[in-house]
Design a protein around this ligand. Sequence first.
Ligand code: FES
Length: 129
Amino acid sequence: MARAGMPRKFVFVCINERPDEHPRPSCIARGSAELFEAFREETGQQGLVDVKVVASGCLEPCMVGPAVYVAPDDVWYGGVTREDVSRIVSEHLAEDRPVEFLRIGREEFELSPLAGRSDLPPGHIPPVG
Ligand code: FES
């Protein structure tokens, strides 16, 4: 099958990396580089030439990474593992049925690595990067 023009879907896989001492985790430390390769392999094996897998910088829901975003569906996934990839590809990317148990919502974007700490001054804003 020839590659079409504009992709039908984009899959953004966060491969952001941070220093170990950074308060926010990074998706690459949770195995997202392997996820990125797995998405590329699985979409290729399933013949989804109209799906583009993109390595991304930080997508913001770092606390529940590895984070994956599917456009134009506006579907967010968190805590994705290598074992989840074939299911996302076959059910969501191929058949337009998002994998509900992996979805994350707006509230996951509000999570802070410093939540619950009482030693911080009021209004302290955690570093983001
Ligand atoms: S580091 Fe991956 S979402 Fe922020």
